[in-house]
Write a protein that binds this ligand. Structure first.
Ligand SMILES: Cc1cc2nc3c(=O)[nH]c(=O)nc-3n(C[C@H](O)[C@H](O)[C@H](O)COP(=O)(O)OP(=O)(O)OC[C@H]3O[C@@H](n4cnc5c(N)ncnc54)[C@H](O)[C@@H]3O)c2cc1C
Length: 305
């Protein structure tokens, strides 16, 4: 099988998610080439052919132009799989490419088993197994689903690519989200609240435990979506990526999007009523208990020390 990996570059830097595409190709045992609109000064460590277009000329993103650059490489490489990250870049570009190729698109892949792609369904409560019926297939990979076993290595064989395609939109640049309140990435201890806290009033007990431990409190996305906690406290693919010394996940099931943001924590304690909750797969300690009983008791004990 031949894959074309679509790397990502932003503001002068190669994005680490690019290596998740390499891990995916490795998992498939597939040959790969890479396409990147980037820069000579930020090349991936990659042992293969890298088709490189100049971001200074074609911008970090410009849909029609990047699509044309990519289609030219696809025509040359004839990959069976064209692989994007499930990122804002991938969300925008992948369907354009799939449409142009009349190819199937399978989005948000979290695993692949015997040419069957596994994708989340029903807000990640279920998973669907999907197979492509077209000769070429465009896939996007969920962040954190595929990881390299070692450090990235290799020197790319760079092939420069160009296009005359005129841009239809002007790229204005990226605007950083205004950072207010807490910076979870700096916290050494994080106690996070999941939907299992049940109601907004119970966030206070999570915050108290975090304070008793000398840390900060975080939250899973449903807690933030329900406006029980601010977005700058969200951990996961659409929130913060954290790696504290201690992460305590309270009432969090362990969806892949949450794990992607915290699985590099040094020590993980999960408190969950469900002994089979997926968070148990990354937790060093899984306490099967009702957080509403355990968390206040733990906080009281810490405060009494
Ligand atoms: C594109 C996309 C991006 C996403 N980005 C993020 C992200 O950045 N961060 C994120 O967190 N999610 C993200 N999600 C959502 C993610 O898929 C999950 O839906 C979410 O992480 C689930 O949150 P949860 O674990 O708090 O809730 P649930 O999955 O509902 O889990 C609740 C858990 O609490 C346990 N529980 C219930 N009651 C108790 C109790 N009394 N005591 C102890 N345990 C209890 C249950 O057993 C269960 O395991 C994203 C989804 C998509 C599609």
């Amino acid at each position: 099988m031949k894959t074309l990996l679509v790397g990502e570059y932003r503001d002068g830097k190669l994005l680490n998610a690019t290596y998740e595409l390499v891990a995916f190709a490795q998992k498939l045992g597939a040959d790969s080439a890479m396409f990147l609109v980037g820069s000579d000064s930020a090349l991936p460590k990659y042992a293969g052919t890298l088709y490189l277009a100049d971001a200074a000329k074609y911008n970090d993103f410009n849909p029609a132009v990047h699509k044309q650059l990519l289609l030219d490489v696809i025509a040359k490489e004839q990959p069976e799989l064209i692989v994007f990250s499930h990122s804002s870049y991938g969300w925008d570009l992948a369907p354009r490419v799939a449409m142009a190729l009349n190819a199937a698109q399978i989005s948000e892949v979290v695993d692949v088993v015997d040419n069957t792609f596994v994708v989340p369904s029903c807000n990640s409560k279920l998973r669907r197994d999907v197979q492509s019926k077209t000769a070429q297939t465009v896939v996007t990979l969920q962040g954190g689903a595929f990881g390299l076993s070692g450090e990235p290595s290799g020197t790319a064989n760079v092939v420069k690519v160009d296009t005359d395609k005129a841009a239809q939109v002007e790229f204005g640049g990226y605007e950083a989200v205004e950072k207010g309140g807490v910076d979870l990435t700096k916290a050494e201890i994080i106690v996070s609240a999941g939907r299992g806290i049940g109601k907004p009033e119970n966030l206070a007990m999570i915050a108290s435990l975090a304070e008793a431990l000398g840390g900060e409190y975080g939250a899973s996305r449903p807690v933030v979506d329900a406006e029980w906690a601010e977005h700058n406290r969200q951990v996961g693919t659409t929130g913060q990526t954290v790696s504290p010394k201690l992460y305590v996940a309270c009432g969090i099931s362990g969806a892949i999007q949450h794990l992607a943001g915290m699985k590099k924590s040094e020590f993980i304690i999960a408190i969950n009523t469900d002994k089979d909750a997926p968070i148990g797969e990354v937790a060093d300690v899984l306490v099967v208990a009702d957080l509403k009983e355990l968390v206040p008791a733990l906080t009281a004990k810490l405060q009494s020390l």
